[in-house]
Ligand binder design. Structure first.
Ligand code: NAD
Length: 419
């Protein structure tokens, strides 16, 4: 990791550049440079051995100009306030790019979730939900899953909130299991949007997806699902990795089998996956594999000034939030690599979260085809908005996406009389 890398400062710089390109006055966007609310909480947990441990938790509500705050909850040992603030800004921008009526927020707990038992994870989640209770709600701030949190965690979170509010409140979080108010298509939504955006950019640059070589960093919800869908589109996924390292096959990996193996047991990694039809590679080697499409779908800051010169791909589709830092971005641009930015590419998750929330608020159930069709329409429209903005301004797709988003948020603030 670059030594002075601060994700929050980086994102604010890009936001400011977008505002200036739009010709906005400082008064029009200055509010976006400060989160509306930052909450730090202690999260006490009774461990299985009877002792009590206290973890640090955060929730940042960045902008509520366009609607209730929306954004995931992350459990990771590196979580800190700057990371959560950056991710909260990104959520405001993401919701604006795809034009859904939400602001942006994000939360997290500094914990190595892989070291907790399922019972400890549940108690941690209930404790965190209790601490956040005063500032969240279905019309206020609606969390969702992120790194190391999933539908089960969301169900515990929703149950803790519902116990405190005295009635079942499914609309307080999204990404829940189907049986407790989750939406069909939500679990796959982020991977699906990455696939949709890959198809759109491939059309624009004339890349045939059939046989296109793909490498995916991260084999979790986002990376694993994107890899599966892209293989169904005819792509050859030659490399995939997780925290334990990666695997490579020149003729293409059996992604279906690999992902099924990883998902059958919590905490399983690729290091435990056996077989003779692949070779083992490091995450660094995966990033420098010669491919047509590279999908960083693990954590932020994966493509840095050190990694970017070695990258050999035509297209990067960002599955993770903030996988490319500004130096990495500059180098990719110089090399002529097209980057479909995170706030567009991985927005499918929040879009179907929005559909889940609508269903919860109205006690409705939509079928999966309807959800996938609505997702596709919304994503393709967002892609075209971003493409056109970038083309008009003669800039990158990332800057185009920021311009679309900043314009929408600043306009909402102006109408509301906040600016
Ligand atoms: P996840 O926990 O399901 O998977 C994360 C994956 O990354 C795992 O395979 C893990 O082993 C791997 N990983 C972790 N550290 C790594 C490292 N140092 N090197 C290589 N691999 C590493 O999480 P997810 O939900 O798939 O989220 C991944 C990224 O996508 C995050 O940046 C998240 O913010 C973003 N995102 C998630 C969603 C969603 O709907 N889940 C939506 C939008 C964006």
């Amino acid at each position: 990791m670059d030594s002075k890398y601060n994700p929050y400062e980086e994102i604010l710089k890009t936001l400011e550049r977008a505002a200036k390109k739009l010709g906005l006055e400082e008064d029009d966007y200055i509010q976006l440079q400060y989160p509306e609310r930052e909450l730090q909480v202690s999260v006490p947990v009774r461990m299985d051995d009877g002792s009590i441990k206290v973890f640090e938790g955060y929730r940042v509500q960045h902008s509520g100009a366009r609607g209730p705050y929306k954004g995931g909850i992350r459990y990771h040992q590196n979580v800190d306030m700057d990371e959560i603030k950056a991710l909260a800004v990104m959520m405001s921008l993401k919701c604006a790019v795809v034009d859904i009526p939400y602001g942006g927020g994000k939360g997290g707990v500094t914990v190595d979730a892989t070291k907790l038992s399922a019972a400890e994870l549940e108690r941690l989640t209930r404790s965190f939900a209790t601490r956040l209770y005063p500032i969240i709600g279905p019309h206020i701030d609606i969390p969702a899953p992120d790194v190391n949190t999933n539908g089960e965690v969301m169900a515990w979170f929703m149950d803790a909130y519902s116990t405190l509010s005295g009635h079942l409140t499914p609309g307080v979080v999204t990404g829940k299991p189907i049986q407790v108010g989750g939406s069909l298509g939500r679990r796959e939504a982020t991977g699906r949007s990455i696939t949709l955006m890959t198809k759109e950019i491939a059309k624009k640059v004339g890349l045939e997806l059939k046989g296109a070589r793909v490498a995916v960093q991260g084999a979790g919800n986002v990376g694993g699902t994107a890899a599966k869908f892209l293989q169904k589109e005819g792509c050859k996924v030659v490399a995939i990795s997780d925290v334990s390292g990666g695997i490579y096959s020149e003729s293409g990996l059996d992604i279906e089998k690999i992902i099924d193996f990883l998902r059958t047991k919590r905490g399983r990694t690729l290091a435990e996956y056996d077989g003779s039809d692949f070779s083992r590679i490091s995450n660094e080697e995966l990033m420098s594999t010669e491919v047509d499409i590279l999908i960083p779908a693990a954590l932020e800051n994966a493509i840095t000034g050190e990694i970017a010169p070695n990258i050999r791909t035509k297209i990067v589709v960002e599955g993770a939030n903030g996988p490319t830092n500004s130096e990495g971005d500059r180098i990719l641009e110089e090399k002529g690599v097209i980057v479909v930015p995170d706030i567009l590419a991985n927005a499918g998750g929040v879009v179907v979260s929005y559909f889940e929330w609508i269903q919860n608020l109205q006690y409705l159930k939509w079928d999966e085809d309807e959800i996938n069709e609505k997702l596709e329409n919304l994503m393709v429209k967002a892609f075209n908005d971003v493409w056109n903005a970038a083309e008009k301004a003669g800039t990158s797709l990332r800057m185009g996406a920021y311009m679309v988003a900043v314009d929408r948020i600043a306009t909402a603030s102006k109408f509301r009389g906040m600016a």
